[in-house]
Each structure stands twice: as structure tokens, then as C-alpha cells.
Write a protein that binds this ligand. Sequence first.
Ligand code: BDP
Length: 692
Amino acid sequence: EDGYRLWLRYDKIVNSKLLYTYLNQVNTIYFPAGTPVLDAARQELLSGLEGLLDKKINTDNNASASSLLIFTKAHAPLNLPALALKYEDLGKEGFYINSTKRSIIITANTDTGILYGVFHFLRLLQTGQSLEHLDITSVPRIQHRILNHWDNLNRSVERGYAGISIWNWHTLPEYIDQRYIDYARANASIGINGTVLTNVNANALVLTKDYLLKVKALADVFRPYGIKVYLTARFSAPIEIGKLSTADPLNDTVKAWWNAKAKEIYQLIPDFGGFLVKANSEGQPGPQSYQRTHADGANMLADAVAPYGGIVMWRAFVYSNASPEDRFKQAYNEFKPLDGQFRANVLLQVKNGPIDFQPREPVSPLFGAMPKTPLMMEFQITQEYLGQSTQLVYEAPLFKEVLETDTYQGGKGATVARVIDGDLHHYPQTGIAGVANIGNDRNWTGHPFGQANWYAFGRLAWNYELSAAQIADEWIKQTFSCDTMLVATTQKIMLSSYEAMVNYMTPLGLHHIMGTGHHYGPAPWITNAGRPDWNPVYYHRADTVGLGFDRTASGSNALAQYAPGMQQRFMDVHTTPEAFLLWFHHVPWNFKMKSGRTLWEELCYRYNSGVAAAKVMQQQWNTLERRVDKERFKQVQMLLAIQVKEASWWRNACLLYFQTFSKMPIPRQYEQPDHTLEYYKGLHFPYAPGNG
Ligand code: BDP
């Protein structure tokens, strides 16, 4: 069991009673196909059922002789009893599943809707659910549900921890790796409908003819699975591959170059999704190099792809070299004034928090603040700051926490989810992106539980109302088995993992205290990074008085970027939720916390409870030895041992370091650090991914 099949294993159902029931309910299938998408759906259904039911299921062209009927609105069989659905509610991607005593039907307006309906149906069987009285209407809440691959053309993956890139540019376009097809199936099964193939730190070469032919080959593989291909556009490409002397977005020759490039791409890939752009950020070129605004840059590209229905996803992840401002504030300062200046086919892609995918961040103040510009979410699935590939951290609770946060823009109830799904400001387009954790490791994600984060991202992008527990339950059943003990225990492990990690890495609102460059492990002592706001000391501000970054009016006043209701939440040190305390306040070591402990004691308590929780996860997994296949049991067991070790390392290093400021002892009841601070400072990780 090598994990390659992800959550699409389709092994024979072990519960024989259930198997017998399913066999009766699904004995003959009416499923006229004949288009690429329907053919893909049909093939998936038949092979899925053959695995699950251990029997080849017949298809029949006669609807009335069939027990499972699958058809689009336009091809509904005659003599069908009236259906209790309004097709217009299903939109372009939604589906409807209904079962009566006689038959089960899956229907949709479009082929893609059918594809999603089929995957949902297979999920019902894989998770052992009853097929009686089904009445499911499912429609995605967000329009563009996209993976962002930070994959370089040399196949290295920025912040990738699962091998090298799955895109083999060397053998494309002629050689179609089965992995490309399985990648598309996996994404379609969770509703992902777009993929950006290349790193945001972009290489213009991908826009040259040779590469575009390779991209076209991938687009052709993905199309039957409802997935569009996007590329990152390096802003200086007109200079680098177009031999122009400028990339000024207002220059006519530059505009003409991009227009021609878009035309060339669309001739090869008629449904090309568009561009994702990182500009004037961390050394990337952009419109500001020509004294133009981000809107000028985005609009030029948007005009180039607009005739073909393409979009531009312009990233808000900027923090200027010149600005002395709190980095927290910079994206907002840059983009808020541009609201209303972007073309209709531009979406602004905003990371969930104001800094950078830290274990826990307050939401970016941009959400809700740009009513005239579609803001799309950027989550990071790959665990750059969340234990990389050695730690089991289930991210659905993080995603949910962000999406459910109330921005209070225009009053109560303005959740981030309602901003990005367009409900709040009636955006013409909506989107959500996740930075992929996929590589060419046999099991795709390195850590076997990394798969759950890919899965959860897709499921929440489709329907953010699903709970983290429910998604975990589905994933476990499909990935391991429906064994009750296994499901219950694994779910407990997953659901406790996020809070455990926050506690042993960055409790109480600490952030950005990881090692420089590779971002592996703790290094709160670093003071010499390339720029001030890359230094951990910039963020935690520990001194003899206390700990934390004052972002209220007496400090950087970043808080002022939020709506009044949000400001209220974080303004007063006594009422700020403790999970975010040190994000907004410089808190005295002796400050009384809600528990009655002082800040210092609470810090010791949190770090220790994080480590304790990691140990519990390890013990819980060990009880599953006979319920999980040997390979994956052992892999996870070894990884959890590393996780416990790393959790203790974070705790020891951070407490010893902060103790040099608090000058207070680590209370006796806790395990004491087994090394000196100097030892932890002296650790080096030349082999950590991302080191060069
Ligand atoms: C940071 C990563 C860096 C990315 C950057 C980005 O460390 O590798 O290039 O974000 O999102 O988290 O552009």
C-alpha cells in the first residue's frame, strides 16, 4: 500500500451486507456518454464500481431497464417521472442526486456537473453511506478553485517537501505520464477546476513556444476532468524572451507583445485559464519598476486575455524594500487605494493572513476592504511553516477558522467566506487558491497525511460549510478504511493536530520565529537576516518588560486597517482573544492571563501542552497497528516520532531563549530542556529543503 491511489482506492467493500445492498441498487447503469468529459466520468464510475463491488456492472441504453441513471438536462430520457429539482439552481458545475425505490439518478446541466456528481456518488459508496432517500443538490460556492504549484522549470519545487515537480518538461509533450491523468482525477474528485503549473517566482521561458506546446499537452489531459491550466507570467518577459527594451505596461509595444502572446497561447489552448502574477515582491519585476501601479500592470495583462475569457490573478503579497512600515500593513496600504481601478477580469489573490502563512495569523485586513475588486483567497497547503513534511498537521481547522472569521466590514456577519464567495460585495468572479503540496514522491505529498490537506482544500473550496471533522471522516474512510475504531482515533489525531502545532511552535500569537531561509525549526534569536522584517526579533519584540508586537494605536497601529468591529476585538489587551494576543500587544511577563497564570507561566504551559498533545497523537496512532496496512502504519509511526522530537525542540529552544528576557524559571512541573540555548542556536540544517 504505497499511498499512490490517494482517496480513490475503490477497494472491495468489506461489509458484506452493505455490499449486497449496493449490488442490488446498482445493477444496471444508463449513462450515455460520447463527449470527453462524460467519457471520463463514465470510465471513472465503471472502474470505481468494479473495484468497490468486485463485479463488472452492465450498462444499458434502455433507461427504464436501469437502476442507476445518469444524464444531463439536455439528454434526459423520455418517460422519466418528474424530478423535484430546478435545473437553473445547479449552474454550470452543480449536480443533483436523487434516489427512489426504483432507481437512482444523477443529473446536471453540464458534462462537468455530471463528472462531479459521479465522484460524489462514488464517495458515498466509499464512505459506506446509504443510497436510500438521497436528495442531494450540490453547487460550488466559489467559481475558480485552483491549485498553485510553485514548480520551477528545472523541476525543483519552491517550498516543496514531496520530491521534485510532477511536470516532466523533458519528456513532454509526447510522453503522457499516467500521473498527469491521476492528478486530474484526484482534483476533479474534490472539485478543483484549475491549476497554475509554475512558480510565482516565475521564469519567462514557460511562455516560449517550446514550453507552450508542453503546457498544451497537459491542458489536453486535464480538460476532460474540468480542469483549466494557468501559468505564472513574469512581468519582464517582454524583455527576456521578447527582446524589447522595456516591460512598461503603458508602452504600446509592450501591450502588443502581450496581446500577441495571449493570442498564441489561446490558439494552442482555447480554454487557457489566464495568468497568476507576483510583481514587485521579493525581487520580482513589476509595473512599479516603471513608476506604474499594480493596477496598470494587472490591467495590461487582463486586456490581453479578456477577448478569450481569461483572468488575471494578481497577488497582494507585497512588502516594499523601502518602506519602514510594519510589514503587516504594507499589502493593505498598497492595494486598498486601488479599489475600483482593476479590470473586471482581474482577481486580487490575498494570502489568508497579513504576514506569510504562519501557524496562526489574524485574517488579512484586505478582506472586506475592497468591495469593487474580487479578492480571492490564497491558502498554503504545503507545510512551509507547519512542520514541512515531517509533521502531521491537518489544515482544515486553519482554513475554517479563517473563512469563518467575521471582518465586520459594514457590520456583523461579514465573514471572510462571504467576501470571497462574492456574497458580500457581488463580485463578478470568485476564486480560492491553495499552494500545492504535491511532488513526485510515490504517495504525492511526502507525509501520508499531507494528502488530507490537499483533499480538505478542495472540499472546502467547493463547500466551506463542511466541518473539519466531516472532511476528516470522509478522507480517512476513503484513504484507509471504514473500520470504526480506526476512523474515530485517526479523526481525533487529525483534529487535535493543528492546535498542538500552534502551541509547540507559536502559541499566544507569536509568529515568524522560524529558522531563516529554509524555515525549518525554531530560531527566535535571529537578528541578522537580509532585511529587518525577515528577523524573528522584529516580530516577537521580547525585552525585559515583556513579549509581543504592539499593533494598537500606541504601536504600529496596524489595527486601524480593520473595520471597527474587528478593532474592538483586538484593541484591549484584556479582551483580545489569547490566541492572537502577541500579534497585537506587547504584554508584560507578569500579565495575568485568563487561566490565572502569568504570561510567562502561560507560555511555558502552552509550549508544554503542545508537546504533550503531540505525544498523545503518537500514542493514539500506536493503537492502530492492526487496523492499518503495515507500510503506512510504519511510515506514520516514524514520522510521529520525529514530530514529537521536533515539538520538544521548538519548546526547549523557544522557552530557553525567551527566558533570557523574562528571567523567570520554567515551572518545575514541566519537563526541563535537555540542552543549553547555545546548543539550539548552534544547530544547522544544510539538508533542509529550501536551503539554496
Ligand atoms: C513565502 C515563501 C517564498 C515565496 C513567497 C511568496 O517563503 O518561497 O516565494 O512566500 O508567496 O512564504 O511569494
